[in-house]
Design a protein around this ligand. Structure first.
Ligand SMILES: CCCCCCC[C@H](O)CC(=O)SCCNC(=O)CCNC(=O)[C@H](O)C(C)(C)COP(=O)([O-])OP(=O)([O-])OC[C@H]1O[C@@H](n2cnc3c(N)ncnc32)[C@H](O)[C@@H]1OP(=O)([O-])[O-]
Length: 720
């Protein structure tokens, strides 16, 4: 794992632990023995530490966290590096992150390939740079820069790192050769002024001011997260305490984080990010064995808000789009809006004016569907109506070339029912974008009974090309996101009928960490959207919905949202919804006494006695109901693994990353507790059949010890 190579009077310790040279136990052992050996070797006068392959170490081995720690710890290795009597030069390339950068900060000199990046991303794992990173970096950069680098977790490029004093020299040629030459040039020079533990923090006197400012900033930016706060406390220690005591404080703050639920969730999320796009079908077809088609052109059908935003996703990565809308006026409006949105991106420095121009050059608006005959992929984004979609797909099937994929942006409808309208069901799939589609990272890709593996490979590949986090799910009503989120919406409204107000429910869920509570979310999209869908469904079933309707097909129903619609309270667009706004499209939501009156009179007319609903009940009824549904989604194979569900919630539904996702959260609460509470609510609300406990949940909860989340599907699903 660490090769020891002597070239003349230079010992080279080459770290070889692909893919990112993580500082696993064998690397730490190799570094420690390498340093000791070089110090004992009379012919060696300087030591170079370098990474083999694409990078200098990108950090500690994250898979080791949460397991019993193995010595030597990174700090001990680092202290041996700093204590070396012979100069140690770290030669950085690729991404020198976390523990990797700490190794460099223990070294006496740091040189780097000019294309390399450095950083302390620990905070994104709910940790701090615990091998003295928080107390060494301020000694080089000063407090403000160190606080920004460590609390943001952002990478910085080599020239910037040079400017801050983190690096001593940038290299444009052969890194190893240059490192050896550099090493020879520092042989015999005094080392004490190169040992960061011997150097003071130069702006230590200003630490309280920097701390207060940075603390206010992280509390606003990373609400609810403990790691950025601990990072700051440790950096403050670096300025206030003698080095050894500061190191002790850092170690204590690191341990607190390492054992925290937040870090466990963030580390899980790190691996879930990488695992979710790796799709596999029940047939065995997978990302490993299926090639995607190459998509060179796309048509988007429907130039509403969604269709326009979807078009942007493709044109900004250079894929030409035909945007089709029947009505020329709507089409022209959409083209204008797209131009404005891209202009906004230029203003925010997300793209250049040239990139905007190039994107608009490959966008063409049309009013006839016939024009799409030659595109490789169609994304339909018309109104959520099965009949309408079936008609469009039947027409597309006739117009498009046989190899074209026909995808729907439906958020709920069964892909199989859309595919039957075509003679190419293998080439039909769902691509469910989340609003606003040009901003939201999630793409929920949906396969139907007949969708071919190559279609799946293609939609997953194109999702990656357009910069989305793509997750594959099987078709069902609402797929994963809307199917599970429906329970949150239902329970939230039922709690209004029982005693809560919209702001109570939203506050509890936002305090939990959700980006927005369900009522604020409804106000954003508009209560008219849900009303239309409910009316449509009722019509299909021959049901008349009235204010007195309390059950539909035996299921509890609340007409409160219908009352809102009748009052013209469509949400932000009308300046009032579940909340009041200063004016239409204003963002700030104010609790509205009028809504309290509407809710109270609704309860009176239905004879419901209101009660106080405690925060814990709000959490349980919204989240446990969704979690129970999540287990059904797993048991039916709609989602292949819990990570897929959690990534959908993080990137599509605003679930706090530091809680991992609803399924990871369930694993932390404990499945026995979740199961018992689900049973309790099923008893209490038998007319909400989604409370019927999932079989998978019941079986997992019946184990005498908690089944780890990575075994949920393998352990029980095959036996169901
Ligand atoms: C006594 C106290 C002691 C305290 C010690 C504290 C030490 C320290 O302060 C803590 C840390 O360093 S915390 C760490 C701080 N460092 C970080 O947080 C850096 C985390 N890593 C990254 O940000 C990105 O991986 C890179 C930018 C490095 C490369 O991006 P890219 O080129 O797109 O590649 P990719 O697809 O992302 O990864 C490729 C494969 O490598 C895997 N893997 C990666 N890093 C790993 C790791 N550290 N570990 C294990 N595995 C790691 C990854 O899962 C994937 O595996 P798969 O099986 O193929 O799925």
């Amino acid at each position: 794992m660490v090769d020891y190579i002597v070239d003349g009077n230079i010992a080279v310790l080459e770290i070889n632990n692909p893919p990112v040279n993580a500082l696993s136990i064998h690397v730490r052992e190799g570094l420690l023995t390498g340093i000791q050996k070089a110090n004992q070797d009379g012919s060696v006068q300087a030591i170079v530490i370098i990474g083999k392959g694409s990078t200098f170490p990108s950090g500690a081995d994250i898979r080791e966290f949460g397991k019993p720690p193995k010595e030597p710890w990174l700090t001990a290795v680092g202290e041996a590096i700093e204590a070396s009597e012979k100069p140690v030069i770290s030669a950085l390339h690729g991404t020198a992150l976390g523990g990797g950068l700490e190794v460099a900060l223990f070294s006496h000199y740091r040189i780097a390939d000019e294309r390399s990046r450095v950083g302390f991303p620990e905070v994104k794992l709910g940790l701090l740079p615990g091998a003295q990173g928080t107390i060494r970096l301020p000694r080089l950069t000063g407090l403000a820069v160190a606080m920004r680098i460590i609390t943001s977790g952002d990478h910085i490029n080599a020239p910037e790192a040079l400017k801050y004093g983190i690096l001593d020299k940038l290299i444009s040629g052969n890194l190893l050769q240059e490192a050896k030459t550099f090493a020879k040039s520092v042989i015999g020079k005094p080392l004490d002024n190169r040992r960061l533990s011997k150097i003071a923090v130069r702006d230590a006197a200003t630490v309280d001011k920097h701390f207060d400012e940075a603390l206010a900033e992280v509390k606003r930016k990373y609400k609810g997260m403990i790691a950025p706060v601990n990072c700051l406390k440790s950096i403050r220690g670096s300025a206030k305490l003698p080095f050894v005591e500061a190191a002790r404080l850092e170690a204590a703050l690191f341990r607190e984080l390492l054992t925290s639920a937040q870090s466990a969730a963030l580390r899980y999320s790190f691996f879930a990010d990488r695992s979710a796009p790796r799709w596999k079908l029940p047939s065995g077809a997978s990302i490993e064995n299926t090639k995607p088609d190459i998509i060179k052109s796309v048509a988007v059908i429907g130039a509403g808000t969604m269709g326009s935003a979807i078009a942007i996703c493709f044109i900004r990565v250079g894929i030409p789009v035909l945007l089709v809308e029947q009505n020329d006026k709507l089409l022209q409006n959409a083209l204008k809006n797209i131009g404005q949105i891209l202009q906004g991106s230029v203003k925010l420095n997300r793209i250049t004016a040239d990139q905007r121009k190039q994107s608009l050059q490959i966008l063409r608006g049309e009013t006839s569907l016939d024009i799409v005959s030659d595109v490789d992929l169609v994304v339909e984004a018309v109104f959520e109506n099965l009949k309408l979609k079936q008609e469009i797909f039947a027409r597309l099937d006739k117009i498009c070339k046989p190899s074209a994929l026909l995808c729907s942006n439906t958020s709920t409808l069964d892909i199989d029912k859309i595919a039957v309208a075509t003679n190419r069901p293998g080439k039909v799939a769902g691509m469910h974008f989340f609003a606003p589609a040009h901003i939201m990272k999630l793409l929920e890709n949906v396969y139907g009974t007949h969708t071919s593996p190559s279609t799946v490979a293609t939609i997953m590949d194109i999702g990656k090309r357009i910069g989305k986090v793509s997750v594959l799910v099987r078709t069902c009503d609402g797929f994963v996101a809307n199917r599970m989120n429906r329970m949150v919406g239902n329970e939230a409204v039922f709690m209004l009928e029982e005693g809560a107000l919209p702001q109570d429910v939203d506050r509890v869920l936002e305090d939990f960490g959700m980006a927005m509570g369900p009522f604020r979310v409804t106000d954003l999209s508009g209560s008219d959207v849900g009303w239309r869908i409910r009316q449509e469904r009722a019509k299909e079933q021959g049901i008349q919905l009235t204010y007195e309707t309390r059950f539909v097909n035996g299921e509890r129903y609340s007409s409160l949202p219908d009352r809102l619609y009748e009052l013209g309270r469509y949400g932000q667009k009308t300046g009032k919804g579940w909340y009041r706004y200063e004016k239409p499209f204003a963002r700030t939501a104010y609790p509205d006494p009028e809504i309290t009156d509407v809710i109270n009179s609704h309860c009176r007319s239905l004879g419901i006695e209101r009660r106080v609903i405690p925060p814990q009940e709000i959490i349980e009824r919204c989240l446990f109901a969704a979690i129970n549904e999540g287990f059904k989604v797993l048991e039916e194979g709609v989602a292949e693994k819990p990570e897929n569900i959690d990534i959908i919630w993080q990137y599509g539904l605003g679930f706090p990353r530091y809680r991992g996702g609803p399924m990871f959260y369930a694993s932390q609460v404990g499945l026995k507790t979740i199961y018992e509470r689900v049973c309790y609510y099923y008893d209490a609300f038998p007319h909400s059949s989604y409370w019927a406990p999932s079989d998978l949940l019941r079986k997992l909860a019946s184990h005498s010890t908690e089944v780890p989340i990575d075994q949920w599907t393998s352990k029980e699903r095959s036996r169901l």
